[in-house]
Ligand binder design. Structure first.
Ligand code: FNR
Length: 187
């Protein structure tokens, strides 16, 4: 069975470590798992007045999520929580009420920040949001990454010290998606 996995990165800066991590994961994906990095930098600020008339960028995001069998969130920590750009994207695709694109999609959470706790508090907040959105979320293994020189190899892949650990997380996440495959509705 082949899976399409939507990947949402919680940083929109050009040199984002988390974007690099997303690109490295994309290359580590086994055959049959297709990773699609979703664009969130062009979304307007969420405004409930627009629920009945969502912007084309919002419709695109919702279609991409709806067409996936799972969603990986890769996020830095901002002020001990998730970045506003990520929350904005999550809020957009959760609306109008009752028409959330997220519901039922198995989620994976991973992240990298410069601080020693490696996004632990951002991930904790994100898990609360995902639980409310009815997204079953992989519990173990957890991955908290601190951005350090040498984490990425020159070709953008994950350097040897961490590669096996990240591969184990990816394998566990894809097995989790497979477990949920029969229950996930795609459109
Ligand atoms: C940060 N950073 C940060 N790091 C951390 O470990 N815990 C935190 O609470 C914060 N808070 C925070 C707030 C804001 C507004 C910024 C801009 C940054 C630092 C953050 O880890 C660093 O900028 C990362 O490089 C962000 O990830 P990307 O953009 O490289 O993916």
């Amino acid at each position: 069975m082949s899976y399409k996995i939507a990947v949402v990165v919680g940083s929109i800066r050009k040199e984002s470590f988390n974007r690099k991590l997303a690109q490295a994961l994309q290359k580590m994906a086994p055959q049959g798992a297709q990773f699609e990095l979703l664009r969130i930098d062009d979304l307007p600020l969420y405004n409930q007045d627009e629920d009945a008339n969502q912007a084309p960028q919002v419709k695109r995001l919702k279609e991409q999520v709806a067409g996936s069998q799972g969603v990986i969130f890769i996020t830095p920590e901002y002020n001990r929580s998730i970045p506003g750009v990520l929350k904005n994207a999550i809020d957009h695709a959760s609306r109008p009420y009752g028409q959330s694109a997220w519901a039922g999609k198995p989620a994976g959470v991973i992240g990298m920040s410069v601080g020693a706790i490696g996004t632990a508090l951002a991930q904790k907040d994100l898990r609360t949001v995902l639980a409310y959105l009815d997204m079953p979320t992989l519990g173990q293994p957890e991955v908290y990454l601190q951005a350090k020189d040498g984490f990425f190899a020159a070709d953008g892949s994950i350097a040897e010290g961490s590669r096996d650990f990240i591969q184990k997380w990816l394998d566990a996440y894809l097995a989790f998606v497979a477990e949920h495959a029969g229950r996930v509705e795609t459109v």
